[in-house]
Design a protein around this ligand. Structure first.
Ligand code: NI
Length: 397
């Protein structure tokens, strides 16, 4: 018999809210989460949970000593957004805000840590708690943690994570098997020409016309060169060039993003974009360079851990509280854990049930309901415990 996680979590609601508000008031940008890390570590010290530091501002805590082992991951960084919630505990850091709910994620993982620690003597294995820095900024904290083999010596046999979800009400979880978030690549084009008098275009080559044709041509990549059953999007999001009516500029800069659910198509599409860039530049007598900054891979939920989360959420919150999650073209660096380990990532409802809608993630007025805090903490603890039991029974411990 497992403890009554939800009841226990509700008893510590006050400390969950206190964690969350303190973190919310002092948000820090990716890889600069020094104060946040210090707070996390002070709570862990108080709970007498051993931990180690990773990537300076990351923290990996361990509860238990014996296999099997599972990991729970949260992200701790905030975004460069000026908060407009008007909350009494709004950000005191100018232009920085926890607008993606990572303050909630961190508070809930601290809550789960307290729950699991209180029952450590019965814990059927070991739980790693990953307080990960830098989710919002490439290359992201996850890939670096894995590259450094920072989870060793006891590697998790399953990894779980959750994200607040403003589209679902408090008390629900949205979940799906398979690919749920997209891969991302940032694209930067630099077009160069001699530049010159607008009355003599034949002398200079024209990067504006080349850019215009490139943008239009790129619209055919997703519409004409991709299997219609395969989701993908290519958006050109910035064009900068030129100043005056009588000058052909010497340079035009473009930016954009490519997102897809399939790694192979992603590689192929990047080559196509490269080729189109070269060909169109050549046609117009300009020079073009395409710089690709590779982002996160698609996030894939694995069948077994996803089924486990589903059944835990149903028994904790009720049969009808688990909603289907429709995949979106967001990106999340939890994807790297799911490339390496069996993993599942679920969306936790944070919309106040009395509201039909609320401002979404990355919005300056994003204000998730704190009633979700004990639910998320209980879910994390219950999922970890159930996964350890499952691993023991399946003999993979
Ligand atoms: Ni996020």
């Amino acid at each position: 018999m497992q403890p009554d996680w939800l009841q226990l979590a509700r008893q510590q609601s006050a400390s969950l809210v206190a964690h969350r508000r303190l973190l919310h008031q002092h948000p820090e940008l990716s890889f600069q989460e020094y104060r946040t890390a210090e707070y996390i570590r002070s709570v862990l010290r108080e709970l007498e949970i051993p931990f180690r530091t990773v990537l300076e501002t990351g923290t990996i805590a361990t509860i238990g000593e014996m296999p099997p082992c599972v990991a729970l991951r949260c992200d701790i960084d905030a975004l460069p957004i000026q908060e407009q919630t008007g909350l009494p505990f709004a950000s005191v850091h100018e232009g920085i805000m926890h607008a993606c709910g990572h303050d909630m994620h961190t508070a809930m993982l601290l809550g789960a840590a307290a729950l699991l620690k209180a029952h450590q003597e019965r814990l059927p294995g070991t739980v790693l708690l990953i307080f990960q820095p830098g989710e919002e900024q490439l290359p992201g904290g996850a890939v670096q943690i894995l590259q450094q083999n920072a989870l060793a010596p006891m590697l998790p046999q399953m990894v779980f994570g959750q994200h607040v979800y403003p589209e679902a009400p408090v008390g629900t979880v949205a979940l799906a098997d398979g690919t749920i978030f997209a891969s991302t690549d940032e694209l930067y084009w630099h077009l160069r020409a001699a530049g010159g008098h607008a009355a003599q275009p034949h002398r200079s080559g024209d990067p504006i016309v080349a850019a215009a044709e490139l943008v239009m041509h790129l619209q055919t990549l997703v519409s004409r060169r991709r299997d219609p059953l395969q989701p993908a999007v290519l958006s050109v999001t910035a064009i900068h060039g030129g100043e005056a009516t009588n000058i052909i500029p010497a340079r035009v800069e473009l930016k954009g993003t490519l997102r897809s659910f399939a790694q192979e198509w992603r590689q192929w599409a990047l080559e196509q974009i490269q080729q189109a860039t070269r060909a169109i530049a050549q046609l117009h007598g300009v020079e073009a360079e395409l710089e690709v900054r590779s982002g996160y891979p698609p996030l894939v939920n694995h069948a077994q851990p996803t089924a486990l989360v589903r059944s835990v959420a149903q028994s904790l919150l009720g049969k009808h509280s688990v909603l289907p999650f429709a995949p979106v073209m967001w990106a999340e660096d939890f994807a790297y854990y799911s490339q390496r380990f069996p993993a599942a990532f679920w969306m936790l409802g944070v919309r106040p049930p009395e509201l039909p809608t609320m401002p979404g993630l990355h919005h300056p007025s994003f204000a998730p309901s704190e009633d979700a805090l004990p639910i998320g903490a209980a879910l994390l603890a219950a999922v970890a415990w159930t996964a350890l039991e499952w691993l023991q029974n399946s003999g993979s411990g």
